[in-house]
Structure formats: structure tokens, C-alpha cells
Design a protein around this ligand. Structure first.
Ligand code: XMP
Length: 516
């Protein structure tokens, strides 16, 4: 195992992510918990010190125990971790002044000293490597035994190594995207530490199950199931860990897609035998949404009702102490670390944040360390069908935000049928997996048409399909005209109530993916 000692960096989980990509198993432990006993238990083959926001020049700042240096295993210190290492081993660190602080892109050049750590590095045309710096303090004197492998104008000790003891320290963050060769550095490090790279998602599953059992003991656990990939994988994993101690609560707000509620119930209750409360509350939601057309008001109503309904049903589960959520790492990490700038509310996102406190429940978040693609891999490992795991994201407020203007049962019904035809078309043409998200929005206008010999006056709809990596930015999908024509014909022929189909070619920004 590889031990990552966390000193509080925003991006510590990314180190684990890079290691998982290399099929190396790592465990992150906050520095306060790294005791001699823990070190004995983990018996790490290598250690990484993460970055962190503190200053090693401050008395009482976070430190690892001396014992980590006595293990004789390779250590890699990153940013704050580098400074900790230097200070612990007899070097010097100076507190940040404006002139020496460094944030953002920098280029490191080699000094000519060889090391396994930097094999395959410095490969750009100028023989340098691009890195991402983010530090206030800096090392002013390296510890005895260390040598410099790479330097940058702002960081003379950008990469240093004590090659005999296999201690390595870098000033920049190799785990982030903006250090393109960063993964190579981790690869070199784990190789020199003797890892074979044979760890798999199957092993993750075992570890996750053990952790869940240790956390919840005998207590009943409630899990909010939405039918989306994340909550589904979380539910199946939890059920495997604690069996019928788990009860899922599925709030059906009447804004789901065609057959969706039935599919969720069949899969979880019948196929997986997971105790499931199907809270069919469409009357309540659609009643309160009646006559409402303002997008933010819709979102707020749905969010509020969802919490109420969830709470009512969860109260039926006696003695529950834990609430499980399919929170992923990107929900945890604040994107502030690399974007910055003021943010405004574009849309109030629907989630169940705040619920655990309100209900006095503790959180279980077994997917907290994973990225979307890893959740999918775990889902596959757990035997969830591919068609389910590969599903496009579906927003919490459901079809409400695909129905601009007032929501009526009639419009929802038309929307569901049009959406089903559209998705069927996309699947038939083998395009589903190339698209991040595709759906139909029903527009709040009726237009005139002619079908047969008669006049029609029906709804118009818009098809939406986008490519994206994370939903933050998106581009419209370039369907062929043949595909669009065929799809429009099918929708108009098969869905009574629609007589006009348009294709939305707005990117994000300036548009958003959903219509509201
Ligand atoms: P927008 O429309 O903001 O959507 O470009 C970006 C991604 O987020 C999804 N989305 C939501 N997901 N609750 C969710 O769980 C919400 O309230 C919500 N609003 C938008 C949207 O489907 C897209 O994938």
C-alpha cells in the first residue's frame, strides 16, 4: 500500500486518482491520524506528503511523526509536503513574501543530474517541463543529502532528491492537469518504490465494503435513490456491505422519464432485493407546481418538497443513524482552486445538502473519492447492467426544467413520449455513448402545421444533444441532417401533440445544457 499523508491541500484526492490510474492502491490519512500504530498497521511501501495551506514556519503547523522517516521507504513531498520534509531533515524554509510566492504555470529545466524519478521528463522542444506552482513559502536551503534535479526561475529547488534514501521533494503539484507530465512522475515514483501496478476496482470494492461496515456498525442506513448512476452504485455497494440494514428511499416527483420509476423499482426491489420505499408523490409536486412558470421558483418548490417528502419517509425507518449519498469527488473539491473569481447563482441546484443536519443523521459517502468514470467502473464491477451505467446524467428537478413555462400533465406526457423516440433514435444509430447528454424540451408555444388534409395547432419541441467532459462547458452534437430529418419525422408521426421539431445548436457558455 501507499500512504498519502494529507496536510489539507484542495487536491489531495487527485493524487489518489493519479495512483489509481496507475493501478496502485493508496490510502489517504489526515496527518493528525498518522500515528506509529497506524504506520505499523498499514506498513506502507511508500509515502507521499500532500500539499497544504499552512506554513511550516508557523509553530504548531502540521507535521508527520518522526517514525515515517525511520521506515526506510521512499517518500515524495509535494509543495507543503516538500517544505515539511526539508525542515524536518535539516533544511530551511522561508515564509512567503510577495516576491517569492508563485502561482500558476512555470517551466522547470533539468540540472543534468539523473534520477529514476524524472525519467521521461523535460520533453518539450526547449527541453523543459511545464508545471503548476501554487506556493507562498519557499525552501531556501535544502536538507543535507539532497541534490537538485530541476529548477525554475521562481523555485530553484523545484525538484530535489536524496537519491540514497529515496526521498524526493517537488515544489509544484504533479497531480493536477496543468502539470502535463505529472502522471509520469508518479509512475516513476511508484515504480522505484516497487509497486507492480496490479491493483483493481475489485480491490476497491472490497476496501469500500470494509470501510462502510466499520463506519455504520449495526445501525440502519437510509439511502436516497434517484435512479441515476451515482446513487444506484452507492445503493448496490451499501447493500452488499450491510444487506438489509439499508433502506432506499426513492422520491418519485412525477417528473421522471418514460417508464423510469417502474424500471428503478424493478431493478432495486425485485432484482437486487434491496428494501425500497417508493414515495409516489407526483400529485403533491405537480399540484404545487401548478401555474408556476418562473424557473427559479420551480426549482425552489421541487427542492423544498423533496426534502419534506424524503424526511417523512425516512422517519418511518426506525433507529436510522446514517444517510448514504452518492457524493462524488468533483462535488467535494471546490473548483475554486484553479478558477477563482466571483461566482453567481446561475441555477439553484437541486440536492439534498442540509438534509443530514436537519434530520440529525451522519453521512455515509462511499463514492466520495471517485470520479464519474471510476463510479461507472465500480458499477460494472458490482454487476450493474451496462445500459444503466452508461446512462446520460439526469437533473434532480427532472422534466420540470425541460418544460419551460407552466407544467401540465399533458405537456409532461407529450414530452416523455417525444424524449423516448429521440433516445431510441440515438441508440439505434449507435450514437448514445458519444453524447454526454441528450433530451427533448417541450416549448411553451403552439404552432400551425398541416397533416394529411387538416390543419394542426400543436406544440413545438427542441432536441438537445451535447458533448462535454464535466458538464461545465459543452458543445452541441453535430448530428447529420439525415439523422435530424428522420428523427423529426418519427417524433411528429409517433407523438400526438407535437407538430414541429427544432434542433438546439447553442454551446455552453453562453447557453446552459438544460433549458431552465
Ligand atoms: P446546466 O443546465 O447548468 O447543467 O448547463 C449542467 C449539468 O447539470 C445538470 N443539472 C442538474 N443536476 N440537479 C442536478 O442534479 C440540478 O438541479 C441540475 N440542474 C442541471 C444538467 O442536467 C447537466 O448535466
Amino acid at each position: 500500500r501507499l500512504l498519502i499523508i494529507d496536510f489539507g491541500s484542495q487536491v489531495t484526492q487527485l493524487i489518489a486518482r493519479r495512483l489509481r490510474e496507475l493501478n496502485v492502491y493508496s490510502e489517504i490519512h489526515p496527518y493528525q491520524n498518522v500515528t506509529d500504530a497506524l504506520l505499523r498497521e498499514i506498513a506502507p511501501r511508500a509515502i507521499i506528503f500532500s500539499g497544504g495551506p499552512d506554513s511550516v514556519t508557523r509553530a504548531g503547523s502540521p507535521r508527520p511523526p518522526q517514525a515515517v522517516y525511520d521506515l526506510g521507504v521512499p517518500i515524495l513531498g509535494i509543495c507543503y509536503g516538500q517544505q515539511v520534509m526539508m525542515q524536518d531533515l535539516g533544511g530551511r524554509v522561508e515564509a512567503g513574501e510577495h516576491a517569492t510566492a508563485e502561482f500558476g504555470r512555470a517551466w522547470v529545466t533539468p540540472t543534468g543530474l539523473q534520477s529514476e524519478l524524472i525519467e521521461g521528463w523535460f520533453t518539450d522542444a526547449a527541453g523543459r517541463a511545464q508545471v503548476w506552482m501554487s506556493h507562498g513559502d519557499h525552501v531556501s536551503e535544502i536538507a543535507p543529502g539532497f541534490e537538485v534535479l530541476g529548477t525554475s526561475p521562481g523555485a530553484p529547488f523545484a525538484i530535489t532528491a536524496d537519491r540514497a534514501r529515496r526521498y524526493y521533494a517537488v515544489q509544484f503539484h504533479p497531480e493536477v492537469h496543468h502539470t502535463p507530465d505529472g502522471k509520469r512522475l508518479y509512475e516513476n515514483f511508484v515504480k522505484l518504490a516497487g509497486f507492480k501496478g496490479d491493483w483493481t476496482m475489485g480491490a476497491y470494492r472490497e476496501e469500500a465494503i470494509a470501510k462502510i461496515r466499520a463506519q455504520v456498525g449495526d445501525s440502519p442506513v437510509i439511502c436516497g435513490l434517484s435512479g441515476g448512476v451515482d446513487s444506484s452504485v452507492a445503493a448496490v455497494l451499501l447493500h452488499e456491505a450491510i444487506g438489509d440494514q439499508l433502506t432506499c428511499v426513492f422520491v418519485d416527483h412525477g417528473l421522471l422519464r418514460q417508464n423510469e420509476a417502474a424500471e428503478v423499482v424493478t431493478m432495486f426491489r425485485d432484482h437486487y432485493n434491496i428494501p425500497l420505499i417508493h414515495a409516489d408523490e407526483s400529485e403533491l409536486f405537480l399540484g404545487e407546481l401548478d401555474g408556476v412558470s418562473d424557473p427559479e421558483t420551480k426549482r425552489k418548490i421541487i427542492g423544498r418538497l423533496f426534502i419534506d417528502v424524503f424526511q417523512n419517509h425516512a422517519n418511518e425507518i426506525e433507529g436510522a443513524e446514517f444517510l448514504a449519498q452518492g457524493t462524488l469527488y468533483p462535488d467535494v473539491i471546490e473548483s475554486v482552486s484553479f478558477s477563482g473569481g466571483p461566482s453567481v447563482t446561475i441555477k439553484s441546484h437541486h440536492n439534498v445538502g442540509g438534509l443530514p443536519e436537519k434530520m440529525g443523521l451522519k453521512l455515509v459517502e462511499p463514492l466520495r473519492e471517485l470520479f464519474k468514470d471510476e463510479v461507472r467502473a465500480l458499477g460494472r464491477e458490482l454487476g450493474l447492467p451496462d445500459s444503466f451505467i452508461g446512462r446520460h446524467p439526469f437533473p434532480g428537478p427532472g422534466l420540470a426544467i425541460r418544460c419551460p413555462g407552466e407544467i401540465t400533465r399533458e405537456k409532461l406526457d407529450i414530452l416523455r413520449r417525444a424524449d423516448a423516440v429521440y433516445i431510441d433514435q440515438i441508440r439505434k444509430h449507435g450514437l448514445y455513448d458519444e453524447i454526454w447528454q441528450a433530451f427533448v424540451a417541450i416549448l411553451p408555444v403552439r404552432t400551425v402545421g398541416v397533416m394529411g388534409d387538416g390543419r394542426t395547432y400543436d406544440f413545438a419541441c427542441a432536441l438537445r444533444a451535447v458533448t462535454s467532459v464535466d458538464g461545465m462547458t459543452a458543445d452541441y452534437y453535430p448530428f447529420s441532417h439525415d439523422f435530424l430529418g428522420e428523427t423529426a419525422t418519427r417524433i411528429i408521426n409517433e407523438v400526438k401533440g407535437i407538430n414541429r421539431v427544432t434542433y438546439d445548436i447553442t454551446s455552453k457558455p453562453p447557453g446552459t445544457i438544460e433549458w431552465e
